[in-house]
Design a protein around this ligand. Structure first.
Ligand SMILES: C[S@@+](CC[C@H](N)C(=O)[O-])C[C@H]1O[C@@H](n2cnc3c(N)ncnc32)[C@H](O)[C@@H]1O
Length: 265
């Protein structure tokens, strides 16, 4: 591991706004299987912030720019960015610390464990920003029925899930899940910046993630979908022609999140 990463991991330990539970704090073995433990912050997250307010979650927040920017533009809410990569979270946690942001926290964990951390009704909104479309593995897609079931456990009544993505595949899949599950779809557009009328979600157009800016600079279209989760029925695996949508998607673009400067070799 490079010195830069080690330095960031060491500094991460000093950030009050960054929660980094160990695996053992989250997962326990019971009767030969694994079970999730409740984290001590479950139901108590508002104690992390300078004021009590609705809490917005960003899952897969990377360096946390979306979380930070939302917190600055809409300061009457509290925000938690979640990611597994400590070196990326460092950037957001450092910014929040140095700028004394009282309405931002970060959580380093796998999203698969997310229900360990939040009590029923504790979260008011979820943002999924440029999530990996997981072309091969449906159960890893952050909008698959299994993940929606996890989110339902802690999303408040009327709570909304927002998906912003460059991926036609993930957008079409997520819309198919929402439709098959009879969820209330609030907005669905394949070209957020190119279609009118504008969608009435505060800061939707103004706040952009690292990946979003990169895709926009390449002239790619950004898709946006939002839906409510509060229904009592099951979340349904949709009829979805993955082969077709994979072909529409084409080869997946991959980017280095922290490119090294070239030394010419
Ligand atoms: C493509 S990046 C997008 C980052 C950021 N939202 C943006 O738009 O710039 C996806 C992020 O999700 C995180 N991620 C993917 N799967 C995850 C999981 N199961 N649990 C936690 N983080 C995950 C990755 O570490 C990565 O930082």
């Amino acid at each position: 591991m490079g010195h830069g990463k080690l330095r960031k991991f060491a500094e991460n330990e000093t950030f009050r706004c960054l929660v980094q539970p160990s695996y053992e704090e989250v997962v326990a073995s019971k009767e030969g299987g694994l079970v999730l433990r409740d984290h001590p912050l479950k139901g108590r997250w508002n104690g992390m912030f300078s004021a009590e307010a609705p809490i917005v979650l960003e899952l897969g927040c990377g360096r946390g720019e979306y979380t930070i920017d939302l917190s600055l533009r809409i300061p009457q809410k509290n925000y938690i960015g979640v990611d597994i990569k400590g070196a990326r979270l460092w950037k957001g946690a450092k910014y929040a610390t140095e700028h004394g942001l009282g309405n931002v926290a970060f959580l380093r964990t796998r999203i698969e464990f997310i229900e360990s951390f939040f009590a029923p009704g504790e979260i008011s909104e979820i943002w999924l920003t440029f999530s990996d479309p997981q072309l091969k593995s449906e159960n890893n897609r952050l909008t698959c029925p299994r993940f929606l079931e996890r989110y339902r456990k802690f999303l408040a009544p009327g709570g909304v899930v927002h998906l912003k993505t460059d991926s036609t595949f993930l957008y079409q899949y997520s819309k198919a899940v929402a439709e098959a599950s009879s969820l209330e779809i609030l907005y669905a557009t394949e070209d957020l910046y190119g279609s009118s009328p504008r969608i009435n979600v505060p800061s939707l157009y103004e706040v952009q993630t690292y990946y979003e800016r990169m895709f926009l600079s390449m002239g790619l279209k950004i898709k946006y979908l939002s839906f409510r989760l509060d229904h009592d029925g099951p979340f349904v695996t949709p009829e979805f022609d993955a082969k077709y949508w994979k072909a529409v998607e084409g080869p997946r673009r991959t980017f280095d999140h922290n490119p090294q400067p070239s030394n010419g070799k």
